[in-house]
Design a protein around this ligand. Sequence first.
Ligand code: 13P
Length: 251
Amino acid sequence: MRRPFLAGNWKMNLDRRSALDLVNQVRAAADRRADVDVAVFPSYVYLDEVARALAGSRVRLGAQDMCHEDSGAFTGAVSAARLTPVGCESDSLGHPARRHGFGARAQLVGAKVRKALEAGIDPILCVGETIEEREDGRTEEVVKRQLVAGLASVSAAEMSKVTIAYEPVWAIGTGLTATSEQAGAVHDYLRGVLAGLFDEAVANATRIQYGGSVKPSNVSELMAVDSIDGALVGGASLDGDSFTAIIEFQN
Ligand code: 13P
């Protein structure tokens, strides 16, 4: 049985005060909903304070990316070695905003996944196609390439630490959600690829989140799909009431 995993990706939003207010609401919601895992992914600059606000709670803390190196002359980058001391337990890697906005190639994402695992940080590996790739019938080819490269150096045993997030680029921040059939089909496909890379047991145990315009009004329908194990939520995670409603989805 895969435990539902609901995560809020705050992206480059929220100031200090609103981040700390929001975290209190998320903490309370997670306490009421013990059968799901919850995480938040704030800006780097608030990780330390948010970690303190989350002390003793069920909510896990994640960063929104990290460098593939430990230290050195990487201006503007943040390494796993800087993230773990502030209480960072997870990291979203290969988010479409990083792949498409900042040119992160699939192999580089794989190197980051490796670094995260070595540092004791549980990675969320994001994969997803653009609208052009979908319309060209290349969705499976694209997500497979991203998945295979992202997991190139991961062992079957390490897969218990890894979450996959299917984030179709065309559904992110657009209000367009993949239908539960569209998302479910890609999740099933990804699980098949995992079975080929590892084995059936790993494929069945790995959580695959869906991300792309998840909101209180569509979360239950998405979560009802067998192969959808959670959500990586952007816009709707910035408001305490709406993220609470997502955490408390009906199942
Ligand atoms: P939205 O929920 O705003 O579409 O963002 C999804 C996302 O990118 C989560 O990482």
